[in-house]
Write a protein that binds this ligand. Structure first.
Ligand code: AMP
Length: 408
């Protein structure tokens, strides 16, 4: 299926190009044509399925920019709000919509000045939205299209009374799209009232639950990360790996360092031109380079099958990013390995991630690697017995075969 078959305009197709998407995901394929007819949509789709574009694209198609809030996306967390804003802003560069995300936990000032200068598409978490509405800063009477994103999560987090209040502030005549990872009877009973005569769209999750990915930590000083990575890669016979760094600069430096150590690598980040990015991705898909160095932002557009390893050269800043990154492997029922290089400075972020995962990750060492100055960071850490690597694929050997469990 091609995006051109979905009934989208030229400028939206150009925006999809900018996003780097080549083919629609199942939820996009199913939800976009329905939404374009003006029907309400009730979609069972979780994060990782491409749901964001499945609602952003119909919004820009159906609601012209007017300088007042005419479409509203309500989402449970700040991270999601920022991600949606990101996608919508890229699209809006082509369509001329003004996009803003408002969420709690930050000062009002920046959000207020942007609101006052006119917004077409507002992305919001429920609390901050009601708060700003209460202060008379938001007018919702012009909303023609509403998206409730991750409705089940909003329910879980106790936001539903707020969502109800928001629904009451909207014009009765509007189009609704509701996305939820689960649509159990119970969830439907509560949230179902928000959409009428909706066309239901169900998609199997495209990204695997994190449990399908084997995850390991390698403790190493920040200064030795590159050296350790090279040693790790030597332990793996065959791989197609994505390595994540925190910044573009680090991605460039790492790529250069890997190349000078004889590792075939290329990098993809937003400072590179669209054509460079496309070529890099194509080369990676064809297997010209077995290793792609990427930043989080770029990783969103990467959908490559059979990625055997995701390596976090830097620990991601949020648990969402971690889950997102490791979801790049173990797609379509395959197994995958996620490796995180953990420096002392990154312990706090890692602890947060483990809290979300609900467990401490197994730690490993590269045998015979000359660890220098490694601070033993965590005496209270759980030690998990080394498990045998399972699920071998394509003759590849998993890294860490010679690893020992170590308390750190
Ligand atoms: P979402 O479920 O909206 O959070 O999207 C999951 C990831 O898939 C994000 O990183 C998107 O950038 C990416 N994505 C969404 N649609 C496509 C597509 N059609 N082709 C490639 N990547 C996509």
């Amino acid at each position: 299926m091609e995006f051109t078959a979905l009934g989208l305009s030229e400028q939206t197709l150009a925006a999809i190009d900018d996003l780097g998407y080549e083919h629609p995901t199942p939820v996009q394929e199913q939800a976009i044509p329905v939404a374009l007819t003006g029907s309400d949509v009730l979609a069972c789709a979780q994060t990782g399925t491409g749901k964001t574009a499945a609602f952003v694209l119909p919004i820009v198609e159906r609601v012209a920019p007017r300088g007042r809030i005419s479409s509203l996306v309500v989402t449970p967390t700040r991270e999601l709000a920022v991600q949606i804003e990101d996608v919508a802003k890229t699209v809006a560069k082509r369509t001329g919509h003004s996009v803003l995300a408002v969420y709690g936990g930050v000062a009002y000032k920046g959000q207020l000045s942007k609101l006052r200068s006119g917004v077409d598409l507002l992305v919001a978490t429920p609390g901050r939205l009601l708060d700003l509405h209460g202060r008379g800063e938001i007018d919702l009477t012009g909303v023609e299209m509403l998206v409730l994103d991750e409705a089940d999560r909003m329910l879980d987090m106790g936001f539903w009374p707020d969502v109800r209040k928001i629904l009451n502030l909207l014009p009765a005549k509007r189009q609704n799209m509701l996305f939820s990872a689960t649509l159990s009877d119970e969830v439907l009973r509560v949230i179902g009232g928000a959409v009428r005569d909706a066309v239901r769209v169900d998609v199997a999750p495209a990204s695997v639950p994190v449990d399908a990915v084997e995850q390991y930590l390698y403790a190493v000083s920040a200064a030795q990360k590159t050296e350790l990575l090279v040693a790790l890669l030597h332990e793996i016979d065959e791989y197609r790996a994505i390595v994540f760094t925190r910044t573009k600069l680090r991605a460039d430096r790492l790529t250069a360092a890997l190349r000078s150590s004889g590792v075939e690598a290329d990098t993809i980040h937003s400072d590179r031109s669209q054509s460079q990015r496309e070529r890099t991705l194509k080369d990676f898909k064809r297997g010209k380079h077995a290793l792609l160095v990427a930043t989080d932002v770029m990783a969103r557009g990467i959908h490559v099958e059979a990625v055997t390893h995701v390596i976090n050269y830097d620990v991601p800043e949020s648990p969402e990013d971690y889950v997102h990154r490791i979801g790049r492997t173990a797609r379509a029922g395959e197994t995958g390995v996620a490796i995180t290089l953990l420096a002392y400075e990154e312990l706090e972020s890692m602890k947060q991630i483990e809290r979300v995962l609900g467990r401490a990750l197994e730690t490993r060492d590269v045998e015979d690697f000359k660890y220098a100055d490694r601070i033993v960071p965590r005496p209270d850490r759980l030690t998990v017995k080394r498990s045998v690597f399972g699920g071998r694929r394509g003759g590849g050997r998993r890294p860490g075969g010679g690893g020992r469990t170590r308390r750190f």
